[in-house]
Write a protein that binds this ligand. Structure first.
Ligand SMILES: Nc1ncnc2c1ncn2[C@@H]1O[C@H](COP(=O)(O)OP(=O)(O)O)[C@@H](O)[C@H]1O
Ligand SMILES: [Mg+2]
Length: 468
């Protein structure tokens, strides 16, 4: 079970809220908003009839009331209704009392029927108890009292290093940071470092301090959606990893760009997409990349139990070869060769032949996946030409309402071309490598969904890759 923190975005990245009865460290330098978040947490409790205590060693309650004025919370009223108590107390008192059952601390908790607690701050206790063993044992006892009493708590502390004992003792660690400057304004981020019993969304999520809503966190990777379209539900591609990073699949009729760099291997992804499409009885049209020959494709397909030649002959799979590659005689009549076509002839070929073939098949009720490699065309036919026919190709695929996937290394084009290619794609999957790993990340999608970077690992089993 979880309880709401009072910060909607934080509850979202915690996939529901703070686990009930847990004690969570709230760590950050001065001015990051720890007190604000702490009070907000208690206000949320008060709204739900869960009484809460704010224990402050550093500031007088009156100061806290004063500081929280801008946020417009009705603290006085909550105090009158015994839903929130802000208590200024000396750390010596609490330390003396901590190990003492039925002492002041437990009395306070019982008196109010306290469900939530904020301690501000643990750092003060650190200064007070110099003996390491005694310190640990006091903090440990304190946490146990909270647990025994069924209290969910936020324990405020200043900066800690990641290996400190507090990180082991408490159930969770939420880190507030002031980070880089964006357009002259310092940014603040929240990162969950640890949360027992919760599957949280990793990463540094930006938050703001706002007058009306206090701490306001914007979960990352949830961009603004393109248009609030209806009927844009994701259709699973059937490839588990791909569907996961895309948030379920690809809405029908969209154009995805796989933006690759020169080191990255994306063959497995293409093959897996093709195979899944064909296995469910749908069709594939592919303009082959230079490093994917028909014989290579054939052996990949065989591993999935598919006979490439049969699929080609049945015209479930339509292949265009842009290179003057030797193909089996048997396949000659089926492979569309375009290597001898001039640029103008090639445009006509797409506009007439290809469009007509696909239109005819669409009218038969077939569903096609269109995959085309733009890198080869860029090299063979020149950037200017590709830039010129891109709107045509885009409008043809859009008009047919088939999902299409284009592959391009946009780094090898000018910024103008690269921007155009991206703009004319409703989704972008970026694939790149450094000296250690190959990464994949969804950068854009029609429903606004983007992903964190995943490591792409090669595995033994189909589909031979995994996103971690
Ligand atoms: N509406 C606001 N917009 C931006 N900053 C604010 C707003 N209200 C308060 N602040 C600032 O936010 C900071 C948060 O304070 P506080 O919660 O006390 O942080 P901490 O307890 O981590 O020191 C303060 O420096 C305060 O000046
Ligand atoms: Mg404070």
């Amino acid at each position: 079970m979880n309880i709401k923190s009072g910060v909607k975005g934080l509850d979202f990245i915690l996939q529901g809220g703070i686990p009930l009865h847990s004690s969570v460290l709230l760590e950050g330098s001065p001015g990051t908003g720890k007190t604000t978040l702490g009070i907000q947490f208690l206000v949320e409790g008060a709204k739900n009839n869960e009484p809460g205590i704010y224990l402050s060693f550093e500031e007088f309650p009156s100061q806290i009331y004063q500081d929280m004025k801008p946020f417009g919370w009705n603290l006085d009223q909550y105090e009158d209704n015994k839903l929130i108590r802000v208590i200024g107390i000396s750390p010596e008192t609490i330390v003396k009392d901590m190990l003492n059952p039925d002492g002041l601390f437990e009395k306070l908790i019982n008196e109010l029927g306290c469900k939530r607690l904020v301690l501000d701050s643990l750092s003060v206790i650190n200064y007070l108890i110099r003996d390491e063993y005694e310190l640990r044992s006091s903090v440990y006892t304190f946490r146990n009292i909270l647990r025994k009493k069924g209290i969910t708590s936020l324990i405020i502390t200043e900066e800690n290093d990641n290996n400190c004992f507090e990180h082991y003792i408490f159930d969770g660690v939420i880190k507030l940071r002031k980070t880089d400057i964006l357009e002259g304004v310092p940014q603040r981020t929240i990162e969950i470092l640890k949360m027992r019993g919760a599957d949280f969304i990793q990463g540094s999520h930006t938050y703001r301090l706002t007058n009306n809503e206090g701490v306001y966190l914007v979960p990352m990777n949830r961009n603004i959606r393109n248009i609030p379209l209806v009927g844009t539900e994701n259709i699973p591609t059937g490839v588990k990893g791909i569907d996961m990073i895309l948030g379920g699949g690809i809405p029908k009729g969209e154009i995805y760009l796989i933006d690759v760099d020169s080191h990255s291997n994306y063959k497995y992804i293409l093959i897996a997409l093709m195979v899944n499409q064909l296995k469910r009885g749908d069709k594939v049209f592919v303009l082959l990349p230079d490093d994917l020959t028909i014989s290579l494709l054939s052996s990949f397909f065989e591993q999935y139990g598919l006979q490439l030649y049969n699929l080609i002959k049945k015209q479930d799979l339509l292949i265009i070869d842009q290179f003057n590659r030797i193909t089996d005689k048997e396949l000659h009549p089926y492979i569309l060769k375009v290597d001898e076509l001039s640029n103008e002839e090639f445009s006509n070929f797409i506009q007439k032949n290809i469009r007509n073939i696909l239109l005819e098949r669409k009218n038969k009720g077939e569903n096609w996946l269109i995959i085309y490699d733009m890198n080869a065309a860029l090299h063979l036919r020149g950037e200017q030409y590709i830039k010129n026919i891109l709107p045509l190709v885009t409008s043809i695929t859009r008009g047919l309402e088939f999902t299409s996937i284009r592959i391009c290394n946009t780094r090898e084009t000018s910024t103008v071309t690269s921007e155009q290619i991206k703009r004319k794609s409703t989704g972008i999957i970026k694939i790149w490598s450094d000296s250690k790993y190959q990464y994949v990340k969804v950068d854009k999608s029609p429903n606004g969904f983007t992903s964190r970077p995943y490591i792409m690992e090669e595995i033994e089993e189909q589909p031979y890759f995994k996103f971690v």
